[in-house]
Design a protein around this ligand. Structure first.
Ligand SMILES: NC(=O)C1=CN([C@@H]2O[C@H](COP(=O)(O)OP(=O)(O)OC[C@H]3O[C@@H](n4cnc5c(N)ncnc54)[C@H](OP(=O)(O)O)[C@@H]3O)[C@@H](O)[C@H]2O)C=CC1
Ligand SMILES: O=C(CO)COP(=O)(O)O
Length: 347
């Protein structure tokens, strides 16, 4: 049993992951930045705002004081939205007294720097307080983990001991954790699939069928993401794993996905601002689309589907126009030679 703090009281960290850790008999402390939410959760015994259908474990302690939440913990699980990662690390630096392993479960890319989450954490955290950073990612809707449906994810770190530590922390009979040393690939897979989930939602909202969705998953989710990720140093094989094709399937084909749902409303013709007002939860794919569209230009990587989704969200192009443009692009062959891409990047 270890003492572990979960930071971020939304559906993923604050409910599902906190429940997994509690089921594994750890001493789990959940921190929310919102005092009203703490009070509400304690009265209701559930996270009524984000995942109202499940009862929180009685052993789960809820804090709005970060110093108390992290006192003497061995590890900290950060699961706040991407835009709140830096602020959360800065708060930690002020109150943390011991060195910890930081595990994160967030899925995004910072638009201004194009940093992955672990890069932001490493840049912000005082090195004497942060032993290592691990990403936990894979096909894992909070709605299903919280009712103990079988789920598989990957814990990735450059340091195998930290990945195994995370596997030990989370793994049980309904939550199976694999390890990986490809932190770049696992983080990019988890973040970039949200762009394609928006696209899958748009396609469904337009009334297109399974063929179009399969095309988006393979040409957008696998070809485009692998192309960019290989140049950023990821192992292309990671994308046939849980954090690649696994998370694409779960997010592009499920009504649980906030990204799919937001895309679906866009495809039905709603304006982006109205869509976001209705969601009430984080839709990470929006800012990740902005970041990745810029990255594609910086690294001169062909990502036409990502560019099309960017045009729908940020340039107000109609989804139908974008689909027509994509379908009438110059003809080309299907499989990239990754070794040529890598060579081009090294030249
Ligand atoms: N939901 C899922 O199934 C999965 C989600 N993820 C990832 O986990 C991350 C979090 O998602 P999820 O839990 O679903 O999000 P939710 O939208 O359900 O909740 C977000 C939580 O973060 C809190 N928050 C917002 N801003 C801050 C801040 N500045 N400091 C501290 N807390 C803050 C919110 O508090 P408030 O209510 O006050 O705004 C809320 O408790 C995302 O990156 C997502 O992609 C990964 C795997 C699965
Ligand atoms: O990442 C997820 C499942 O693995 C959840 O995706 P959404 O953020 O689209 O709900």
């Amino acid at each position: 049993m270890s003492k572990v703090a979960v930071l971020g009281a939304g559906s993923w960290g604050g409910t599902a992951l906190a429940m997994v850790l509690s089921d594994n008999h750890h001493d789990v402390r959940l921190w929310t930045h919102n005092s009203e939410q703490k009070a509400r959760m304690e009265i209701d015994g559930k996270n009524s705002k984000y995942l109202p259908n499940v009862t929180l474990p009685e052993t789960l302690r809820i804090y709005d004081d970060l110093a108390l939440a992290i006192d003497e913990v061995e590890s900290i699980v950060i699961v706040v939205p991407t835009k709140a990662i830096r602020e959360t690390c800065q708060k930690l630096n002020k109150v943390l007294k011991q060195k910890v392993i930081i595990v994160h479960g967030s899925k995004g890319i910072e638009p201004s720097t194009h940093f992955r989450i672990s890069e932001m954490i490493k840049e912000e955290m005082f090195s004497e307080l942060c032993d290592d950073v691990v990403v936990l990612s894979g096909p894992s809707h909070a709605e299903e983990v919280s009712v103990k449906h079988p789920t598989t994810v990957t814990a990735a770190s450059l340091n195998n001991h930290s990945a195994i530590y995370t596997q030990d922390l989370f793994m049980n009979d309904y939550f199976r954790v694999y390890t990986s040393s490809d932190i770049i690939g696992v983080e990019l897979g988890g973040a970039l699939k949200n762009i394609i989930a928006l696209g899958a939602g748009i396609s469904d909202g337009l009334g297109y069928g399974d063929n179009a969705k399969a095309a988006l998953i393979t040409r957008g989710g696998l070809a485009e993401i692998t192309r960019l990720a290989a140049i950023k140093g990821a192992n292309p094989l990671t994308f046939i794993g849980l954090s690649g094709v696994g998370d694409l399937i779960v997010t592009c084909t499920s009504v649980h996905s906030r990204n799919w749902r937001a895309g679906n409303l866009l495809g039905q013709g709603q304006a982006i601002d109205d869509v976001l007002d209705q969601m009430g939860m984080i839709v990470e794919g929006i800012s990740t689309t902005e970041a990745v569209n810029q990255m594609a230009q910086t690294y001169n990587v062909s990502m036409p589907i990502t560019a099309g989704i960017y045009d729908v969200i940020f340039q107000r192009k109609t989804p139908k126009e974008v689909v027509d443009d994509l379908m009438t692009r110059n003809r080309t062959n299907e499989i990239d030679d990754i070794s040529l891409l890598l060579k081009r990047n090294m030249d």
